[in-house]
Ligand binder design. Sequence first.
Ligand SMILES: Cc1cc2nc3c(=O)[nH]c(=O)nc-3n(C[C@H](O)[C@H](O)[C@H](O)COP(=O)(O)OP(=O)(O)OC[C@H]3O[C@@H](n4cnc5c(N)ncnc54)[C@H](O)[C@@H]3O)c2cc1C
Length: 400
Amino acid sequence: MAGGARLQAGEGSEVRFTAEHEMFRQSVRRFVEQEINPHADEWEEAGIFPAHELFRKLGDLGFLGLTYPEEYGGLALDFWYTVVFCEELGRADCSGVPMGITVHTDMCTPALAEHGSDELKKQFLEPAIRGEMVGCIGVSEPDAGSDVASIRTRAVADGDDWVINGRKLYITNGTQADWVCLLARTSEGRGYKGMSLIVVPTNTPGFSVSRKLRKLGNHSSDTAELVLDNVRVPQANTIGPEGMGFILQMQQFQRERLVGAITSYAGMEKTVRDTIEYCRQRRAFGQPLIDNQVIHFRLAELLTEIEALRALCYMAVEQMVAGEDITRLASMAKLKAGRLARQVADECLQFYGGMGYMEETRISRAYRDSRLLSIGGGADEIMLGIIAKTEGMLPGKREQ
Ligand SMILES: Cc1cc2nc3c(=O)[nH]c(=O)nc-3n(C[C@H](O)[C@H](O)[C@H](O)COP(=O)(O)OP(=O)(O)OC[C@H]3O[C@@H](n4cnc5c(N)ncnc54)[C@H](O)[C@@H]3O)c2cc1C
């Protein structure tokens, strides 16, 4: 069976994919085929997709609030629906649009949904779930990417408000977003304990998009540099307690990394299966390319690696559903996904030959897009550091 789910709810085992999950899969697949793929080339060319237009359609179908409480317009479904959603988005003809959507659903909203006040959720989560507002996540800065604890954006208390100054770099959905889930320093000298997550509406005076960035890949997703110049927002826009921002963002990152890994393996599988089809059609030296053992062995191995990544992600999801800490498995999944995505795109492109180097062939786009996963959302080396930490291997943590 090519693509789709293989696992069903079994007796005595945890629920993975039931018949309802599969029906849901079909509707997401239809959405991707009807609302994204026909426009993928145009949006890649334009360097942006119309987030408000697309999110309204996704919102109407309930896709933007799968796991969020019904009270705020969500569907309160189990996380396996998010897995299905990401697997189907990952099969889209470009990675930029799935990235823009998952930033909204699983990277800038989880902390708000879990720790935001009722008023804040009404103001920002509800319209985000309906697809009326587009969200983005503002963590990285010109001088702080991997080292999140060294961010400089500062929010200073003034009466009941925060007055915020700083810059955020590489922000996905940044030119279109209606609000930013912003990580800022809110008190001096307390290291990572002096940070808070604050919802900043982008129509606040002093907020601006200084530039839209040109990228190697993921062209259909807009990426921006944001400037905050004496931006005044109520302190009530703080998500959770003041000073908890770093911790909440680290938790939010776990979901981001897992969702990134899930979205990627579905795309990788599609890439390999498209390559198998191409190698069946293309002939050289009197036989189809696929008849070369070096080629079908390699493609078989890549499929095996993809299945191993899928299994790792499912283990992490089981942990998440059980309410356990997913840091170790989510970091491993993100690391493996970043490396495998590059390998799959590179090796499959090779088997396309000159055709693989052409813009008109989808593999060339997959090749460009695949490079991001080892960098965005925490670079491979950061994942290795986290894994090493959970294993007690970091210097200073060794047993004497
Ligand atoms: C297309 C795109 C979209 C993005 N979207 C967002 C977004 O929506 N919101 C957001 O906040 N950020 C976003 N980012 C930023 C992204 O999360 C950062 O680029 C990433 O965390 C790496 O930070 P950096 O670029 O500053 O690299 P740096 O921190 O400068 O690191 C550079 C490289 O050094 C190496 N390195 C770093 N630290 C270590 C170490 N301790 N040990 C060994 N090697 C190390 C790694 O190889 C790393 O790639 C996006 C980035 C891109 C490219």
